[in-house]
Ligand binder design. Structure first.
Ligand SMILES: [Zn+2]
Length: 482
């Protein structure tokens, strides 16, 4: 292992040299790096892998730039040393409620040996910025920050305050925006907000096919399936062995598929896919939204081969832990499976428990909400989150972003979208404040797969156009009418 490590160090060293020579090439007359890409390189170089996060270092990097342009800067420390939220406010004339743009500062960790470059060096290669967070979500932070700074540089008169927020602990840790909103909500209160969420997806021809803007997130709840049997000596087994009972229950769940439930956003999303794809998929998308029950069912089977599309049209069930037994000469009296359930808006934990109990149909098996544990978010709030309504597409912010997305990507259709995972938008949506999500750069399906994966990267041209799109959206929503 040490030899391999030494070899990797050598490789990283050579790559660093390569990136240094790119920089000196720029000094010798090649055009300077796009400002958004340059900022992203700096953001990636601050390693904010969570745990521990170290988001305060990113706040220190951002603070002087925002202060220099007239933003009021607030750094909110959390109980964990080195972990802070960063808030920068540019004052408008106060005639309208603020516009908030939010980006999480932390990233997930890396499997370094699977990267071809140093994930924390901000390497530029083949027209892209490489590094952990390039897509999720330091790329978005660079775009949002540059767009906000441009508003100040160009001295755009504002009718509402513009608030830029760099959040701690989005990637599944306790001092996230829900924590921030408890005592500091006045600092992040707004009429509406932009956050991470939907996608600008490029086709094989390099042109944007569609722009999806998320208007809601799926929620998650942990359920425990407990099977009970006789606890006894393993030399004299009885038919009610808890592990067998649990296995039978899990086999029933494995063969079960939840019903398709299309929200208003999901219907529009699949209709957009019908328009932007080729047969036979285009017909399947059409059938899913408006076909007969039999056609919709057949379409579901085909579309669901894509795990992302499968997940946004239904509640999903994923077993994640099994617990049973403590020694080889004892048959345990109970066996547990933990299920991670991802719910579409409107689904409660109680309705999922009833559904799974019906499918398992065995009086020896009980399904209940898992107690809070370790770093898992408390399920009580997750259950409440399922009742948060979708943010309305009639909102001034949605309309402005939709319009600027069409200007920036004339070939693309724009659609609302139910985001397949959770984000930290709940702090606002749960208070009735609309949040719209976008990863503001055009990416290919391959680049999308690299999010939370290896060789995560984003194209410099996509960053440049995304910054233009967000800047014009901010001017439209927060700028004073001329
Ligand atoms: Zn993210």
């Amino acid at each position: 292992m040490h030899y391999i490590r030494a070899f990797l160090h050598l490789m990283f060293g050579l790559m660093l040299l390569a990136s240094v020579s790119v920089t000196s090439a720029q000094a010798q007359g090649t055009p300077p790096l796009d400002p958004t890409a340059a900022l992203l390189v700096e953001l990636i170089r601050v390693n904010t892998s969570n745990p521990p996060g170290n988001e305060a270092q990113l706040a220190e990097l951002l603070a002087p730039r925002f202060r220099a342009l007239g933003f009021e800067v607030d750094i909110i420390p959390t109980p964990v040393a080195g972990k802070s939220h960063f808030i920068a406010r540019l004052r408008g004339d106060g005639s309208k409620k603020p516009l908030l743009i939010a980006a999480h500062a932390d990233v997930v960790g890396v499997e370094r040996e699977k990267w071809t470059v140093d994930p924390f060096a901000g390497v530029i290669k083949d027209g892209s910025v490489y590094g952990r967070g390039a897509i999720d979500f330091k790329g978005g932070m660079a775009v949002f920050a540059r767009a906000a700074l441009m508003i100040a540089e160009k001295k755009i008169p504002l009718s509402r305050d513009l608030i830029f927020l760099a959040e701690a602990d989005e990637e599944g840790a306790p001092f996230n925006t829900s924590w921030l909103s408890r005592d500091h909500f006045a600092k992040i209160d707004a009429a509406f907000a932009l956050n991470e969420g939907g996608w600008i997806i490029k086709g094989d021809d390099g042109r944007a096919k569609y722009v999806s803007i998320s208007t809601a997130d799926k929620s998650s709840v942990q359920l425990i399936v407990t099977a009970r049997g006789t606890s006894t000596h393993s030399s004299m087994p009885q038919p009610d062995n808890a592990i067998f009972v649990l296995s039978k229950a899990m086999a029933k769940l494995a063969d079960y598929e939840t019903a398709v439930q299309l929200t208003a956003s999901t219907k529009r999303f699949f209709s957009t896919l019908a328009e932007t794809s080729v047969p036979p998929m285009s017909q399947y998308f059409r059938d899913l939204v408006s076909g007969t029950a039999a056609k919709a069912h057949a379409a579901d089977k085909m579309i669901s081969k894509d795990p992302l599309l499968h997940s946004i049209m239904r509640n999903t069930i994923a077993p994640v832990f099994l617990t049973a037994g403590f020694r080889s000469n004892v048959i345990p009296g109970s066996a547990d499976a933990t299920l991670n359930i991802r719910t579409i808006p409107g689904t409660t934990a109680a309705s999922m428990i009833a559904e799974l109990t019906r499918v398992i149909n065995d009086a020896r098996v009980e399904v209940k909400v898992a107690p809070p544990s370790g770093t898992a978010p408390p399920t009580a709030t997750a259950a409440a989150a399922t009742m948060i309504p979708e943010s309305p597409t009639s909102s001034e912010l949605y309309i402005a972003l939709e319009r600027e997305a069409k200007v920036t990507y004339p070939t693309a259709k724009v659609t609302p979208y139910l985001f397949q995972a959770g984000t930290d938008a709940g702090a606002w949506r749960s208070r009735g404040i609309p949040v719209f999500g976008i990863y503001p750069y055009a990416i290919t399906a391959d680049e999308l797969k690299r999010m939370h994966g290896n060789d995560e990267r984003v194209s410099i041209e996509s960053l440049r156009r995304g910054t233009e799109m967000i800047y014009r959206t901010l001017v439209r929503v927060a700028g004073k009418a001329p």
